[in-house]
Design a protein. Structure first.
Length: 332
């Protein structure tokens, strides 16, 4: 299957073919994609579905989306492993550590993904940690640091799903596409888009599975500004050229940040009713993440993972509501 066919199939309006790389000359520095992909292909393949949250911009909500995705999947009864590539900041890993502390403090059970922060920044060590904590997991989530590093490139080359959160502003769009400040005409793809495009093209050349790539505007306000709307239109232009789909991230809600400090999400509040009231809109946004990622939640080889009714034999402390919500919304 060609890259063009892969990206056109099932995309939203506005997402199109990535086409050919803008230039056959590698001008992004660092290791060539052929070296990166060959290194990844030489290592054992992980069993679970690998989701990589990556963007060269910091502060766009990568760790927040990775955390909420991990908890939603774990709440649905999935075995989930999380690997934080940013060992210094370790936002995702610290959130999950705080979650463990919250469980001890409140003396309650919450679904808990396995997690670690990558101490050695190498592809070999990343593969080792995936095998160590995620060998029997259905999903492996990687939170990449906001910089172009060899281990980040390898994570993208390993991915089954690439998720790129960003704020809908021209400052953040720069890593995906560069525009003329006055005419707002698109000049070229940005550094990150060209990097992902080159890695996917190399995987195609080696007849390897092409990952799904979805960009998620994140932390949007309910009443968008004119500049934000212009940025969304610009994102559609980039999508047609780069070949990614456009999904929806989480809104700009104080409740997300407050719960995140304790390692909690709105999905957890049904188990801790005295802590806060569940906000239906926030829960729908979290469930929407799974919908937009189009994760393999209906694997025919795992028929008992997602029972559709409460009498299916699922353990009462491991409910499947998020997965049911995803499947119901898919069928509409």
């Amino acid at each position: 299957m060609k890259v063009e066919d892969k990206f056109l199939r099932g995309t939203r309006p506005g997402a199109g073919s990535p086409g050919k790389p803008e230039s056959p000359v590698w001008d992004l520095g660092g290791e060539h994609p052929s070296i990166v992909v060959a290194d990844v292909a030489s290592r054992p393949r992980q069993n679970g579905h690998l989701i990589v949250f990556a963007n060269l911009k910091g502060g766009v909500g990568k760790s927040t989306l990775a955390f909420h995705t991990a908890i939603a999947l774990a709440d649905a009864g999935m075995k989930v492993a999380c690997i934080d590539l940013d060992y210094a900041q370790a936002t995702l890993s610290r959130a999950l550590t705080n979650r463990e502390a919250t469980c001890r403090l409140l003396k309650t059970w919450l679904p808990m993904p396995r997690h670690t922060a990558l101490a050695q920044q190498s592809g070999a060590y990343l593969s080792q940690e995936i095998a160590r904590i995620g060998s029997d997991c259905e999903f492996i989530i990687i939170d990449a640091a906001g910089s172009d590093t060899p281990v980040m490139r390898r994570a993208i080359a390993m991915a089954d799903t690439i998720v790129t959160p960003l704020s809908c502003s021209f400052a953040d769009l720069d890593v995906l596409g560069q525009f003329d400040a006055h005419s707002r005409k698109m000049l070229r793809l940005g550094h990150f888009a060209r990097l992902v495009q080159a890695l996917l093209a190399q995987k195609q050349a080696m007849n390897l599975k092409i990952p799904d790539w979805v960009v998620m505007p994140n932390r949007g306000r309910q009443t968008g500004s004119l500049n934000e709307e212009a940025a969304r239109q610009a994102l559609l232009k980039i999508a047609r050229k780069a070949g990614f789909r456009i999904g929806n991230g989480l809104g700009e809600r104080v409740a997300y940040r407050e719960l995140f400090l304790f390692g909690l999400t709105h999905i957890d509040l049904k188990r801790i009713p005295k802590l806060a009231k569940v906000k239906a809109c926030a829960r729908r946004e979290i469930e929407g993440l799974l919908v937009d990622m189009r994760l393999p939640l209906d694997d025919p080889d795992q028929p008992n993972l997602f029972p559709l009714n409460d009498n299916s034999g699922a353990a009462p402390d491991r409910p499947t509501q998020p997965v049911r919500a995803v499947r119901e919304r898919r069928s509409r």
